[in-house]
Design a binder for this molecule. Sequence first.
Ligand SMILES: [Fe+2]
Length: 214
Amino acid sequence: MQNMSRRSLIAGIIALPAIFALPVLFRSKGASAATLKVTPTQVDGPYFLPNAPFTKRFIPQGMAGQEIHVSGTVVDVNGAVIPGATVHVWVASPTGVYDNQDAAGRPMRIPPAQQTLRGRIITDAQGAYAFECLRPGNYELGNGMMRPAHIHVMVEARGFQTLITQLYFTDDQFNKKDLPGPGFFTPELLVPLTPAAPAPNQIQSGTYQIVLAR
Ligand SMILES: [Fe+2]
């Protein structure tokens, strides 16, 4: 009887790791065991347009600037990829002006043909997105207050909360001087680009994983 109990106990101990390992079978490839942190939300600003062209490249003809390529995956907090998500991206020009901004800085309605600094990307079967743009410039908010350069991103996916956020650059002098509060600069939204110091006409690229909440 004592032997039986000991045998049951040993069998139980051996079986335990197998039980704990089970959820691994249902996780997507490459997902970590830990729950991922949802990507922080940011202010959207006044320049979003819902009907941007479906394009991954929004570099206006003849506009000079540093070309950057950003790619990544849209996932849930368990690391499962989200195919078919709509990733809206909009940026200021290298001189800090949006395509739908009038001379006084106000947003204006413009047809899709004039929407040259924005695009919509649909994530593929692996939840992947990618886009190409020029590095946006800093712009003034008023009172001499400069915003760090940023890329506006909105992600919509069925069954998930819509995410509105901004991505930042590691070397921007205004990162630490952005407005205080949860809607502005945070190191969690930095996209490291390589090479860090590009040669003339050299493209910089970086990756960023976007995590959505249900
Ligand atoms: Fe902005």
